[in-house]
Design a protein around this ligand. Structure first.
Ligand SMILES: C[S@@+](CC[C@H](N)C(=O)[O-])C[C@H]1O[C@@H](n2cnc3c(N)ncnc32)[C@H](O)[C@@H]1O
Ligand code: SF4
Length: 384
């Protein structure tokens, strides 16, 4: 029996000042004056169109992702949140995160985002080394990054994440350690520490920059930084996510627990459990901002609808749940996938045999070895 899990709302804002050469997100260089008001109208129309899919359910988290949401003026964010709260039931403990590029502080005042209801920020810092930032094509230097974080703290934001990347072109282990040290000094509640990947269809994939650390060197950076973060009170709870106690990102946790999310905005993806028809729907919106602006609120704005078939569900579930150190409960697997635990018995036994997973009572958890080979463990659950 499929039971609808907690529901989140993802809102995609698709513009950036400049496209970074490593980035494959749906982000477009915004030229001239951006149509913020028209885009908010489109978001509200899009939400209205999808509302029947989530009637009666309450929303636990909202995440403005991008692109660069901090390009949006606070009154545009405010207008959207007011419209959303009059259409959806917001949970009392609602977490509202806004992604922020430190090079955009002139676009919105942090006080105003707070007044609009945003209670968590996520800064794309990447590194504190100005050479690294330049090679990554970032629009800010380390001084601006530190200033942006301080401005947010002065405005009363005590719950914020810093995004760092490692294994950067020409980065040494000492440089990666220094980045983590400087991030910790800013006292964020959460740090995301991503290994730079060369994504297809990016400038870096076409022309890889010189000096990308070898696999073993990248592994050393990960291990060393993880230990530094643990010493400073940031526990790893997912492959790339570290948090102070009780400060995990509720929005991302809901993805990793195979929760539901409504995806609003250009190219946004959603995943929804439809209890009445006992199915799981994946829906995504058309990608290009101009196309989305023209079609939002009508069926033509839907880029695609796909039902997740039963035989695909174990893999999709593991793709998320096995990223978490906490693993998952077998009862949770059954509720979120509508399958019996016997559907994964063979794969589980194999993973346990390899020493990748352990099962205690109802809970399945990745071992240290399993965490090193996350992709191989997940691949076990791909059924053809
Ligand atoms: C949507 S961006 C965050 C906000 C804003 N766009 C920015 O970059 O400042 C999400 C994060 O994903 C990470 N990221 C993006 N592309 C990546 C890649 N190719 N490899 C690893 N991490 C990447 C970066 O740390 C980035 O901050
Ligand atoms: S600012 Fe963020 S979303 Fe925009 S191109 Fe750079 S990494 Fe991608």
């Amino acid at each position: 029996m499929l039971t609808p899990p907690p529901l989140s709302l993802y809102v995609h804002l698709p513009w950036c000042v400049r496209k970074c050469p490593y980035c494959d997100f749906n982000s477009h260089e915004g030229r001239g004056v951006l149509p913020f008001e028209a885009y908010v109208d489109a978001l509200i129309a899009d939400l209205d169109h999808d509302l029947p899919l989530v009637w009666g359910r309450s929303v636990q988290t909202v995440f403005f992702g991008g692109g660069t949401p901090s390009l949006f003026p606070a009154d545009a964010v405010d207008r959207f949140l007011q419209a959303a709260s009059s259409r959806l039931r917001f949970a009392p403990s609602l977490e509202i995160t806004l992604e922020t590029n430190p090079g955009t502080t002139e676009h919105g005042r942090f006080e105003d985002y707070r007044a609009a209801g945003v209670n968590r920020l996520s800064f794309g810092l990447q590194s504190f080394d100005d050479g690294c930032l330049q090679r990554l094509g970032r629009i800010h230097d380390s001084r601006e990054a530190e200033r942006a974080v301080k401005l947010a703290q002065d405005a009363g934001f005590d719950n914020f994440n810093l995004d760092l990347m490692y294994a950067l072109p020409q980065q040494t282990l000492a440089m990666a350690e220094r980045d983590v040290e400087r991030a910790i000094a800013l006292q964020p509640t959460h740090i995301s520490h991503y290994q730079l990947t060369l994504e297809p269809n990016t400038v870096f994939a076409a022309r890889p920059p010189a000096g990308i650390p070898e696999h073993d060197d990248a592994w050393d950076m990960q291990e060393r930084c993880q230990a530094m973060l643990a010493d400073a009170g940031y526990a790893q709870y997912e492959v790339s996510a570290y948090a102070q106690p009780g400060r995990q990102c509720a929005h991302n946790l809901n993805y990793w627990r195979f929760g539901d999310y409504l995806g609003i905005g250009a190219g946004a993806h959603g995943k929804l459990t439809l209890g009445a028809e006992q199915s799981i729907l994946r829906r995504w919106k058309v990608k290009h901002p101009a196309d989305y602006l023209a079609k939002a609120g009508r069926a033509e704005a839907i880029g695609g609808d796909e039902r997740i078939e039963a035989r695909r569900r174990p893999f999709d579930y593991m793709l998320n749940a096995l990223r978490l150190n906490e693993g998952f409960s077998l009862a949770g697997f059954e509720a979120c996938t509508g399958l019996d635990r016997s559907a994964i018995a063979t794969e589980l036994a194999l993973a346990i045999d390899h020493g990748w997973l352990s099962v205690e009572n109802d809970r399945v958890m990745p071992s240290e070895l399993g965490r090193r080979f996350t992709n191989d463990v997940i691949a076990l659950f791909l059924q053809d």
